[in-house]
Write a protein that binds this ligand. Structure first.
Ligand code: TYD
Ligand code: MG
Length: 458
């Protein structure tokens, strides 16, 4: 007689334990263990034709003997998405797309489903009804160029039945947390369910060479809900982010087995769905007529894509005992470090001031090359002296106040030149070996923060 078996799973990271634990040994979260029923009978009938696959035995092959299939990447009809995926969709790949509720994941995927030229697409939704999806589809793409089918279903067994009948070229699942497999007893969205459903879809993708997109919810702290294992299982993880109050949305690749990670696609959310933004710098630089203090432009690189981004700082005397520090779109700890460098190495008394920092457009920047622009914006606000709107920056700032080199400096300089900037401040280490004659922009090399300030403020 088979006995039902259960185990405890950490709902945060997916760690499995035979007994309940207060603290997860893997991710150190408290009180995250939930009992889930698991069933591992040897005779279960797997969802995706396992009977065939178990008969196939794989043998080792020599690398030189393996024939490379002419892997054709399927264009999605969306240049931003193609870029983030590393050129297009790879047959048999599974892509997980995560993001906060309401950011536009369903919109992006439906738009993709309606615009893949001449392909048969199955959009499986466990969240919305056919009616709701139809209404949205009418709004974003009234004349679809693809053969798009909608299926409102949550059972993987039923979904596979429909897939077998329809034979789609692309499958989109919205969302993986709503699916449930009959082989697992726990509720949809629990760790073991999510893992099982993803594994079934993964198997389907690999065996039929059909690309699959999975939409995943994220938790409060921004990681993809359910098990971390989901991220390990899939080929590509994309993160859709942005500020809901701004129109811009950023699609970032966090992991990509077929292309460079850290690629970036930019969209703007309109009434008729998401629009691609192909010239990000022009929109991220606010139009201003007069010269204002506290603004500096940085030539950053997101993925392989240069972008000029405006940083704004406000420094004012602290009204209360403890000065306030807040940063939007930039790591607060890094801002505190830069403030400490300014205080200690350059003698600015910032410890008695409130400092607010904002990256324009509601986007997040992780590129260290933004450091010098941030430092310049802070001092510009502190001293109330504006920086010319034709000047931009690309350098990292070190703990001793030295200006450090950043990667791909030529690309950054070229982008600044293209957008009509007249001078750019870079590290003198970057300047070595750089043939400045070929650029049509004044390149100023600095090696210490003090040098940068004397160039800027005299
Ligand atoms: P949605 O794709 O449902 O988000 P998610 O699936 O990530 O939860 O996006 C919903 C938001 O997008 C909603 O707040 C309204 C907005 N939106 C537009 O502004 N324009 C549009 O054309 C669509 C379809 C949605
Ligand atoms: Mg949705």
């Amino acid at each position: 007689m088979s006995k039902t078996k259960s185990a405890y799973f950490c709902q945060s990271c997916g760690y499995e334990s035979a007994k309940w634990l207060g603290k997860c040994p893997s991710c150190s979260q408290w009180n995250t263990f939930v009992e889930e029923l698991i069933e591992k009978p040897a005779s279960k009938i797997p969802a995706w034709k396992t009977t065939q696959s178990t008969q196939r035995l794989n043998k080792p092959s020599k690398v030189s003997d393996i024939q490379l299939k002419a892997e054709e990447k399927l264009g999605t009809g969306d240049q931003e998405l193609d870029r983030v995926l590393g050129g297009g969709l790879v047959p048999g790949s599974v892509t997980l797309i995560g993001g906060e509720p309401g950011i536009g994941k369903s919109t992006l995927m439906l738009q993709l489903a309606l615009n893949v030229h001449g392909k048969r697409v199955l959009y499986v939704s466990g969240e919305e009804s056919e009616q709701q999806i139809k209404m949205r589809a009418e709004r974003i793409t009234p004349n679809p160029t693809s053969d798009c089918y909608i299926l409102a279903e949550t059972s993987t067994q039923h979904i596979f039945k429909q897939i077998e009948a329809l034979e789609p070229d692309l499958v989109i699942v919205d969302s993986i947390q709503t699916l449930h497999s009959a082989h697992i007893d726990s509720t949809p969205g629990s760790v073991s369910q999510v893992r099982e459903c993803a594994a079934e879809l993964l198997k389907f993708a690999k065996e039929t060479d059909t690309p699959v997109f999975l939409i995943g919810h994220i938790t409060k702290d921004g990681t993809i809900a359910g098990p971390k294992v989901l991220e390990h299982m899939v080929d590509t993880v994309l993160q859709f982010e942005g500020d809901r109050h701004h129109v811009y949305r950023i699609l970032r690749s966090v992991k990509n087995r077929f292309g460079a990670a850290a690629e970036l696609g930019i969209y703007a959310m309109h009434n008729q769905g998401l629009r691609e933004v192909s010239n990000p710098s022009e929109i991220l630089l606010s139009q201003r007529d007069e010269q204002l203090s506290g603004i500096a432009i940085s030539a950053t690189l997101e993925g392989a894509r240069p972008m000029l981004i405006e940083t704004q700082a406000l420094v004012s005397p602290a009204a209360y005992g403890t000065p306030q520090r807040s940063a939007n779109g930039f790591d607060t700890r890094r801002m505190n470090m830069l403030l400490a460098v300014l205080e200690k190495r350059c003698g600015f008394r910032l410890s008695v001031s409130d400092v607010f920092l904002n990256i324009a457009g509601g986007i997040k920047v992780e590129d260290p090359a933004i450091d010098l622009a941030i430092v310049a914006a802070i001092i510009s606000s502190h001293e109330d002296i504006s920086i010319s709107a034709k000047t931009c920056f690309a350098a990292e700032v070190g703990l001793s106040g030295e200006i450090r080199a950043v990667n791909r400096i030529e690309q950054r300089i070229l982008e600044a030149e293209k957008l009509g900037f007249e001078r750019i401040l870079i590290s003198s280490f970057n300047g070595k070996g750089l043939s400045k004659e070929k650029f049509n922009i004044e390149i100023l090399e600095v090696s210490k923060i003090d040098d940068a300030f004397s160039v800027l403020f005299g």
